[in-house]
Design a protein around this ligand. Structure first.
Ligand code: MRU
Length: 348
């Protein structure tokens, strides 16, 4: 089965000039692309959130390796494989939580090892494959996730797990696009997602572009939304899923899972297997990015808190597997996830 879904938004593109990224810091006010010509520029763009969202970070890093190989091979066709290690390090240090970054770098490294001569064409083919596989995974997950929903109903999503965060139609938003196309989802509530406002700026923009009805809310409104019986599912993406099914995602996701269980609302996590880290036994071991306190203390560059106040700004939290009703990957659906079911899905 392959359904017609809106698929017009792209945030990461390869061109002969270099890696083109839609600058997500400026959306929705400005649709501005930047072109990156070297790996350090890509690492910086990931750190600064020009590109963000776990799969999009991985895809960008893969193209970053292509740019690195182009430069290093031009510098020295004999020593480029040693020199490129520095670029791998810089890309790996850009952000810590989304495992797709390290997964993509490992894949590029594995491809690089056997190359003799000019590496650019082969590495570009691998990066494009990573990109294409994500597009296909998004579509498949969209169909699998939508099939879990009886509907018609409204759903709540958090942060942005859409086209802007991936190579294709998105993970959580892929399910929402498929659910809307099949009449199972009739309305989307989107958390604004402080402090970066990915929900207000990015998710709302994507849904409006696709004519999917969206209502924005502050995170604090979620309990009341659920208590009033307005939604049947919370649908989110993930940055890293541990071997036991614990889920790291944007800060605030864990609160939604607790609220959902209390109110009898179902909780779905949608992520490709490139987000699953079988080397990490449980969520406690997932590295959580701490970002600058200025992100919380200021709004659009203007201080909103007293000068003497401090802020705590963890970018992600971990939802325990037992609060998750379903993890949807391109390899299948894991209901009530645990270590045994996750392993079977990954091997399946
Ligand atoms: O800090 P961000 O914007 O990179 O965080 C993004 C998220 O938390 C997404 O939910 C996650 O990466 C999944 S994107 C398909």
């Amino acid at each position: 089965m392959s359904m017609e879904l809106p698929d017009t938004i792209r945030a990461v593109e390869w061109s002969d000039e270099g890696l083109k990224l839609l600058d997500q810091r400026l959306l929705p006010r400005l649709e501005q692309w930047i072109v990156l010509k070297d790996a350090l520029g890509v690492a910086q763009a990931i750190r600064d959130m020009v590109v963000r969202g776990a799969p999009a970070i991985g895809i960008s890093a893969a193209y970053g390796v292509v740019l690195a190989a182009r430069d290093r091979y031009a510098e020295s066709s004999a020593h480029w494989k040693n020199a490129i290690e520095e670029d791998f390090r810089a890309l790996a240090e850009s952000r810590p939580t989304a495992v797709n970054l390290f997964w993509a770098l490992d894949r590029m490294k594995a491809r690089l090892t056997g190359i003799e001569g000019d590496p650019v064409a082969e590495l570009l083919a691998e990066a494009k494959l990573i990109h294409d596989e994500d597009v296909a995974a998004n579509r498949h997950m969209g169909e699998l996730g939508a099939a879990l929903i009886d509907g018609p109903c409204a759903v709540l999503t958090h942060c942005n797990a859409g086209a802007l965060a991936t190579g294709g139609i998105g993970t959580a938003l892929g399910v929402i696009r498929a659910g809307f196309a099949t009449g199972k989802i009739n309305h989307v509530f989107a958390d604004e997602t402080r402090p970066w406002l990915q929900g207000a700026r990015l998710t709302a923009w994507e849904l409006v572009e696709d004519n999917i009805p969206v209502t924005l809310q502050t995170e604090g409104a979620a309990a009341t939304l659920m208590k009033q019986g307005k939604i049947e599912w919370v649908i989110v993406g993930s940055d890293r899923i541990a071997a036991n099914g614990d889920v790291a995602n944007k800060i605030g996701t864990y609160s939604l899972a607790v609220l959902a269980r209390y109110h009898g609302v179902k909780f779905m996590v949608v992520a490709p297997t490139s987000t699953v880290d079988m080397a990490i036994a449980c969520g406690d071991d997932i590295p959580i990015e701490q970002r600058a306190e200025e992100e919380v203390l200021t709004l659009e560059g203007k201080r909103i808190a007293p000068e003497a106040a401090h802020a705590w700004n963890p970018s992600f939290d971990v939802t325990p597997a037992d609060l998750v009703d379903a993890i949807v990957t391109e390899k299948g659906v894991v209901k009530s996830p645990d270590a045994v079911k996750m392993k079977a899905m990954m091997n399946g």
